[in-house]
Write a protein that binds this ligand. Structure first.
Ligand code: CP
Ligand code: NVA
Length: 324
């Protein structure tokens, strides 16, 4: 395992081992133990989009393991967004999106230069092809820390949280209410690999793409299904999961999305249609009053903050596995 770009690239055994290691390191660190396996090592963390959880948890994880992280913001590596110092003519495709990595110099050069300085690269980018190209040219491990396509670190922290709260993964039923987006896609692959079932309830036009559903169901038959009915989706759910209706980069579509997602809010009425002990998950940041109500987010069923904490515990294990 050189890189961590997609859940679907990993075997079920590799994923289970990572979850086991996450649990072991969590216990170690909770009891004030330390594992300095990354002593003297450095991780470059590249961001084209904002972050709270991912940035801080990766930085803390590196410090915990005896290493360090260097935060690189979009302007540092991408060059001026409007004119200015960038002499390189970006191809039209890159001009049309918000990507900054690859604007000042080719992605393949960034990958090879960073590989001479650091022991690992973590990147949060708009285009998924950016992390793929970084991985292709880097000689050090590359970690996908969210792209428009996927968010594998989130899905693994989610699996760790579900295992802790439900006591198992096999057969756990997740009702994902909302956008068939990057978070839904990685969670679908994690469900298929780890024995969980997922039903995604989205408004028409916002479903997870058929290719991803097919891929998940090729990994494990009938693991992922789609509906337009949130009430039906939650009826026998162990977990209700939601995410923002407007992902980073979709701000211009905000009003249309808010209109289209009406009826897909995780609120007390929807939770009443689920079993009484259903757990509520959200990758955060949560937009209360939109995809979830404050009442549900703050309810006893909510495990959102255990979930956020587990980003740190999973990523320690991932960094140890890839970089030590
Ligand atoms: N869930 C998540 O990735 O949060 P951030 O965007 O704050 O990193
Ligand atoms: N789907 C959201 C997840 C944020 C962690 C986004 O991409 O903005």
């Amino acid at each position: 395992m050189k890189n961590f770009l997609s859940i679907s690239d990993c075997s079920a055994e590799q994923l289970s081992e990572l979850l086991e290691l996450s649990g072991e390191l969590k216990k170690l660190y909770k009891s004030s133990g330390r594992d300095l396996c990354l002593s003297g090592k450095t991780l470059a963390i590249l961001f084209e989009k904002p972050s709270l959880r991912t940035r801080i948890s990766f930085q803390v994880a590196m410090t915990d393991l005896g290493g360090s992280a260097i935060y690189v913001k979009p302007e540092d590596i991408g060059g001026a967004r409007q004119g200015g110092s960038s002499l390189r003519n970006a191809p039209p495709k890159q001009e049309a999106c918000r990507s900054t990595i690859g604007k000042r110099e080719p992605i393949k050069d960034i990958a090879r230069v960073l590989s001479r300085y650091v022991n690992g690269i973590m990147a949060r980018t708009f285009e998924h092809s950016t992390v793929i190209e970084l991985a292709e040219f880097a000689t050090v491990p590359v970690i996908n820390a969210l792209t428009d396509f996927s968010h594998p670190c989130q899905a693994m922290a989610d699996a760790l949280t579900i295992a802790e709260h439900c006591g198992r993964l096999e057969g756990v039923k997740i009702a994902f209410i909302g956008d068939g987006n990057n978070v839904a896609r990685s969670l679908a692959f994690a469900c298929a690999k780890l024995g969980m079932k997922m039903v995604i309830a989205s408004p028409t036009g916002y479903e997870l793409d058929g290719e991803s559903i097919q891929k998940a169901n090729q990994i494990s038959a009938d693991s992922v299904s789609q509906t337009n009915d949130p009430v039906q989706a939650v009826a026998d759910a162990d977990i209700i999961y939601t995410d923002t209706w407007v992902s980073m980069g979709q701000e211009e579509e905000k009003q249309k999305r808010l209109d289209d997602f009406a009826g897909f809010q995780v609120n007390a009425e929807l939770v009443k249609s689920a079993p009484a002990n259903v757990r509520i998950m959200h990758c955060l940041p949560a937009y209360r009053g939109f995809e979830i109500t404050d009442e549900v987010a703050e309810s006893a069923n909510s495990i959102m903050f255990d979930q956020a904490e587990n980003r740190l515990h999973f990523q320690r294990a991932l960094l140890k596995k890839l970089m030590s």
